[in-house]
Design a protein around this ligand. Sequence first.
Ligand code: NAD
Ligand code: NAG
Length: 485
Amino acid sequence: MPADAAAKGVKLERYASGGALLLRRVASGKLVSASSHLLFRATVLATIALVFLFTLHYPSLLSRSFSLSSSSSSSSPTPLQHASHRSLLMSSSTPAASAASVYGSEKWQKEIKKSAKPRKADGGMSVLVTGAAGFVGTHCALALRARGDGVLGLDNFNSYYDPSLKRARQGVLAARGVVVLDADINDAPLLAALFEAVPFTHVLHLAAQAGVRYAMEAPQTYVASNVAGLVTVFEAAAKRADPQPAVVWASSSSVYGLNTESPFSEEHRTDRPASLYAATKKAGEAIAHTYNHIYGLSITGLRFFTVYGPWGRPDMAYFSFARAIVAGEPITLYADARRDFTYIDDVVRGCLGALDTAGKSTGSSSRSGKKTGPAPLRVYNLGNTSPVPVTRMVAILEKLLGKKANKRVIAMPSNGDVPFTHANVSHAAHDFGYRPTTSLDAGLRHFVDWFVEYYKLDTKVAKAARAGTDKKPTKKKAAAMSASS
Ligand SMILES: NC(=O)c1ccc[n+]([C@@H]2O[C@H](COP(=O)([O-])OP(=O)(O)OC[C@H]3O[C@@H](n4cnc5c(N)ncnc54)[C@H](O)[C@@H]3O)[C@@H](O)[C@H]2O)c1
Ligand SMILES: *[C@@H]1O[C@H](CO)[C@@H](O)[C@H](O)[C@H]1NC(C)=O
């Protein structure tokens, strides 16, 4: 019985008062005479019995409608509430998600169980992937599915960047039998219902508000997803799952902030974040310590370093630069900025390695989730170990797209970006054999191949992109691309 006692209470009250209203209407009707007093009593009893039965059979339905009504009654909804609102009210366009959208129904249970079920003869893991329609989430979900693990995805499909790209990724996953639910990580009753329905062995928690600069525009969305959302996920994993899963989640290289020692090592200082994004990830690492300490949750934080590749994020520099180059628009880059660009396949191998070596949680549901012994608490850099100047990244893109960029180079403003990143990955190498193998040239080639295909660029552009020659796209096609994205 996953639903909150409080939620249930409110819900029961509402149903009961609804019943009373109905009864009053019946009672005031002319047909109801004093002699039907018995009938009236029987109706009251039957109504109470029905409410009781309904509560027993559709706990998650009740809690869903509770979370819906509580957010709609709020006078000034936060972006977070908008997000969960949208995901609750809008029906999804893809068949897998719409079939799974009736929470708590038998059909819903069947869908999610099927998606989460491992297909290996010798067991395998069952993984809840949050942010599964995101860049890293989609790739990890596909890799897990490909090797026979069970995967259930969850994503709120927010519009921080083009949601149609998230829908397209969802389509790719659906074709492989992976369901991605339209849901917010702050929907605690839903998470409880999921842990009730499926014995997840692992949670790969990637849902977050990403982006360093956007944090100055929309600070509260970072708090909502990266702090409150993280707590909701840890709470559910600690108290609602039996047995508790191991949690692997995405921190960020940005926690190194103003650290100047290089390469960045997990032992270095992370108490000087340069952006609110970095601060929320740093807060997440502290929160992880608490849930490990009290509840014995096995928790692994992964500090990703500028991940790029096919199906990437349009808000990141390599992606937005590629679009601008094709469209003939100017780009602004920061002089002297260097990044430890890490190719997505290398990061995926790191994520799977972290999941495979996570170790068990030790909390027990008979002790309200509290630990019965120490559990693993780990943090790893997942980078490429070779920082590249951003100007060099642009030069590679120019070559692959067969077109010169219209560059404007400026000094780095103090907007939260740090001048350089460089990972020391010796811990990940030691503990799960993490070895990044993709150069920026090779990785960007894969990205551009996908980019040209996905946005259906002119075959001339495609050819130029493949050959890395000097052919130019037609103006018409470049404009079409920016319109469709
Ligand atoms: N890509 C990188 O270079 C990089 C670097 C460091 C850290 N990270 C971290 O890795 C993780 C994955 O990043 P990504 O690049 O795939 O980003 P992404 O934005 O593509 O993926 C995140 C997904 O989470 C979803 N989401 C956001 N808030 C949610 C919420 N409240 N409930 C449900 N879903 C929600 C989004 O819709 C999105 O699809 C994030 O935690 C990010 O902070 C990424
Ligand atoms: C990388 O980190 C390991 C472990 O902390 C350390 O022993 C090693 O010296 C570091 N390498 C460099 C180049 O700093």
